[in-house]
Design a protein around this ligand. Structure first.
Ligand code: 13P
Length: 264
């Protein structure tokens, strides 16, 4: 870290998507904790680490992670407090389960389930003042990148949430830049390309929140692997990783987590 630059504790989150039964989640946690324990005590103070399992595995994973510093994240929530929303999950449920983070605006929710900026902003509004931090995912498609619309697209996705929540999420928000063309494809943004987008997000956060926008963590996601995480996180505005494919292997996930310690 350069002298005088703001300290943002690295955050690494595994998004398990629709993988792992509760039993498999528990096995994974045991293997991950054993790998992390080899590193010895104390390191976790320099890093935030979280896992976002499918909802049915949240409770079992909570049990398997108890006593560790690995935190629980959810993959989704509904904006309403409660009610007739078959198949959906509320903030109160996630709070009760001890979730510390929730993904909102993931490109799979946007593209496969038709969630738009307005709906995502409503989810963000629900989270204001709660104990659950939103990880707002933003990112452009390949067509948008090729048309030179990357920064515009990402800025609009971010603005939808910031405009709806005002200063309400100043100390809670985490942003994740996930270029859609890099998710699950093995293609990764170059460190310089990712930094250019992160810098634009940072600029928008500072314009909106003032100086506290310098404290907001901006994660990168999209084919993050043990072999590329170091060069990505060497960029000044990349504060951690949202990990998809490599999340399924405890060794790969542990090595991404430990590599990010070099950032702290
Ligand atoms: P991959 O790491 O498989 O590209 O997935 C990224 C992702 O969608 C994390 O939310």
């Amino acid at each position: 870290m350069k002298p005088g630059s703001p300290h943002r504790r690295p955050l690494v989150v595994a998004n398990w998507k629709m993988n792992f039964t509760p039993g498999e989640a528990s096995d994974f946690a045991g293997r991950l904790l054993a790998l992390l324990a080899k590193r010895g005590p104390g390191w976790i103070e320099a890093l935030d680490l979280a896992i976002a399992p499918a909802h049915p595995a949240l409770d079992r994973l909570r049990g398997a992670l108890s006593g560790s510093d690995v935190q629980l994240a959810a993959q989704n929530l509904h904006p309403a407090a409660q009610g007739a929303y078959t198949g959906e999950v509320s903030l109160a449920m996630l709070e009760d389960l001890g979730c510390r983070f929730v993904l909102i605006g993931h490109s799979e929710r946007r593209h496969l389930f038709g969630e738009d900026d307005e709906f995502i902003a409503a989810k963000a509004s629900r989270l204001v003042g709660s104990s659950v931090r939103p990880i707002l995912c933003v990112g452009e498609t390949l067509e948008e990148r090729e048309a030179g619309e990357t920064l515009d697209r990402v800025t609009r996705q971010l603005a939808a949430v910031l405009d709806a929540t005002g200063d309400g999420l100043a100390s809670q928000l985490v942003v994740a830049y996930e270029p859609v063309w890099a998710i699950g494809t093995g293609r990764t943004a170059t460190p310089d390309d990712a930094q250019a987008v992160h810098a634009e997000i940072r600029k928008n956060l500072i314009e909106h929140f003032g100086e506290s926008g310098r404290q907001t963590r901006i994660l990168y996601g999209g084919s993050v692997k043990p072999s590329n995480v170091r060069e990505l996180l060497a960029q000044p505005d990349l504060d951690g990783a949202l990990v998809g494919g490599a999340r399924l292997d405890p060794e790969a996930f542990a090595s991404i987590a430990l590599a990010s310690l070099e950032k702290s």
